[in-house]
Design a protein around this ligand. Structure first.
Ligand code: URA
Length: 257
């Protein structure tokens, strides 16, 4: 006969497996459905959340300070003309989410839908990213999402090194202000920009790298997953490592994390 803790361990292992299968089929996992059943797909509504960086009760993170400084930076980015990309943009796409998030996603640069709406990851790749976030038991509003470059490269080409260099300070400041505990780098461009080097995604993913002191998990870009769904399993493995680092167990309510 199994004792209580063995049953709990068994249930947890089963649950993790199920969650992985569900993510591979891109079904929202049960836990997330239960926790956030009617969450709007895209929102920059900022709320206290489990992935909000915790600070000692007596010295709470200066309320609103990251938000305020991020808003100042957003204004600066809106008028930026540091590189040629500003010429073709409808608007700069700054970042979205919880200014005190423990988890940050960094992509490459806005696509056409992001350029139109002024928010990162709102096109098809963004919808897949939302599913990944939900599969983690989180909501889009719980994390912070940004890109390496803030203006759409023409014809969705990769940003060039001088464009990334010109935009670099904005991303560094976003990371500094949000101060996430973990960053997920979506795609090779973002991963190389954050951790340096020239490795392929196949060689980078699956283990943590570093941006300064912040652990960075490189993984495949959701746009790549849309073209190559067979790689979803690897992304889920990477995401599970991130969840473990943040102590977001699949059977724990994120509200109590
Ligand atoms: N791809 C990215 O890298 N970023 C976005 O915001 C959208 C698509």
């Amino acid at each position: 006969m199994m004792n209580r803790s063995e049953i709990a361990r068994y249930a947890r292992a089963l649950r993790e497996r199920l969650e992985g299968h569900r993510l591979a089929g891109w079904e929202p996992p049960l836990a997330a459905e239960r926790i956030a059943p009617d969450l709007p797909a895209h929102t920059d509504h900022v709320q206290a959340s489990p992935v909000t960086s915790s600070a000692p009760a007596e010295t709470p993170r200066e309320s609103g300070s990251s938000e305020k400084t991020l808003e100042l930076l957003r204004g600066e980015v809106a008028g930026c003309s540091r590189c040629r990309l500003h010429e073709g943009r409808a608007q700069a796409v700054f970042g979205v989410g919880d200014p005190n998030a423990r988890l940050m996603f960094v992509g490459e640069g806005p696509g056409s839908e992001e350029d139109r709406q002024g928010e990162p990851f709102v096109g098809p790749a963004g919808q897949l990213l939302d599913k990944i976030i939900v599969a983690m038991g989180l909501r889009r509003a719980d994390v912070y999402i940004a890109n390496v470059v803030k203006c759409r490269p023409p014809n969705n080409r990769n940003p060039r090194s001088d464009e990334m260099e010109a935009c670099r300070g904005y991303l560094d400041q976003q990371i500094g202000r949000v101060a996430p505990e973990v960053i997920v780098a979506l795609g090779t461009v973002a991963a190389r920009a954050l951790v340096g080097g020239e490795l392929s995604m196949g060689k980078m993913r699956g283990r943590f790298h570093h941006y300064g002191e912040v652990p960075v998990m490189p993984t495949y870009h959701p746009a790549y997953l849309l073209r190559t769904p067979s790689e979803k399993r690897k992304v889920w493995e990477d995401i599970q490592q991130v969840m473990a680092r943040l102590e977001l167990g699949p059977d724990e309510s994120p509200r109590s994390a």
